[in-house]
Design a binder for this molecule. Structure first.
Ligand code: MTE
Length: 296
């Protein structure tokens, strides 16, 4: 049953205001570990509504239409849930979700930019992936982090067909994974993550195209080599491993220079897409010396 929180009785406008204040304070107080991202989020980014965030989704495990996840993800059992952590770590193991919930959660209002050129602003709740990685102690040889979504065709009807090479897989370089903006999300608007958004726990990497933000994670593997990733395996010339948001590098079949903000209305102007989705100050340093047009 759904937990009641004070959000149930706080009008959204008030709630947002209060959150913006909290976020602003956090940015000022924690500058070392918590850079400008939250300050950016707190000034002038109006989050999408709960309805928008939970009814326009990509989650191919439940079908390829935008409303399939909302229609069919209710079939997924999300408790009990655990994440297997293996590969190049000193402390491999099966970590129960309740143990992971022990990490202090934060609120992060992030821009979210899909490779299909639509976008939202989403108030996530979660904890930095770095907290989890620190706990399992990556070994010196570890250079990448691979993630896997649950494979359970009996509950995930999209997996009954070979739409993708299941299970859905994603990966990050270890330094990207350790970056303070990289979040393991467990909630939205202070509520548990709805199934269609990747319950009970998913990745959120706000400077990369949305397909990197893998949902309903059951395995995390530290590796030496770049791991295979679902969309890259499907079409390597269209979806790079890095997938950093870059308005200057078009998708072979469409422009990435602008985006359609969900909720903006049918006739709203498209808005310009920002380099690294607006997080360049925080993350550009990760890619110094790399050719961002070749390493797309
Ligand atoms: N994770 C899994 N397991 N399966 C998916 O189909 N779609 C990705 C990403 N994570 C996807 C996934 C894509 S393309 C996007 S844009 C985001 O999830 C969408 O997240 P949202 O539905 O919460 O907005």
């Amino acid at each position: 049953m759904r937990r009641l929180t004070e959000n149930d009785v706080t009008p959204k406008a008030l709630w947002l205001n209060r959150r913006a204040l909290i976020a602003g304070g956090a940015a000022a107080a924690g500058a070392a570990t918590w850079p400008a991202g939250q300050a950016v989020a707190a000034t002038g980014l109006e989050p999408n509504t709960w309805e928008e965030i939970t009814s326009y989704n990509n989650f191919y495990e439940f079908g390829t239409d935008k409303d399939d996840p909302k229609r069919y993800a209710g079939a997924l059992t999300t408790a009990p849930w655990s994440i297997a952590v293996d590969g190049l770590v000193a402390r491999p193991g099966i970590y129960d979700l309740d143990a992971l919930r022990g990490f202090p959660t934060e609120e992060r209002i992030y821009r979210f930019r899909c490779v299909e050129a639509w976008s939202m602003v989403i108030p996530w709740n979660g904890f930095p992936l770095a907290a989890l990685l620190d706990r399992v102690e990556p070994l010196g040889a570890a250079r990448y982090v691979a993630f896997e979504t649950l494979y359970r065709p009996s509950e995930m009807r999209g997996q009954q067909r070979a739409i993708l090479d299941w299970p859905y897989r994603e990966g990050l370089r270890l330094d990207e994974a350790m970056h303070p903006l990289t979040l393991m999300a467990t909630g939205i608007y202070g509520e548990d993550l709805p199934n269609q958004n990747g319950a009970p726990i998913r990745l959120v990497v706000p400077w990369k195209y949305g397909f990197k933000s893998i949902k309903s994670i059951v395995r995390i593997t530290l590796t030496e080599d770049e791991p295979p990733t679902t969309w890259n395996m499907m079409a390597a010339h269209e979806y790079g491993f890095y997938a950093n948001v870059n308005p200057e590098v078009d998708h072979p079949r469409w422009s990435q220079a602008t985006e359609r903000r969900i909720g903006g209305g049918l006739f709203a102007r498209r808005q310009p897409t920002l380099m690294f989705n607006g997080y360049a100050d925080e993350v550009a340093g990760l890619y110094r010396g790399m050719d961002l047009t070749a390493q797309f």
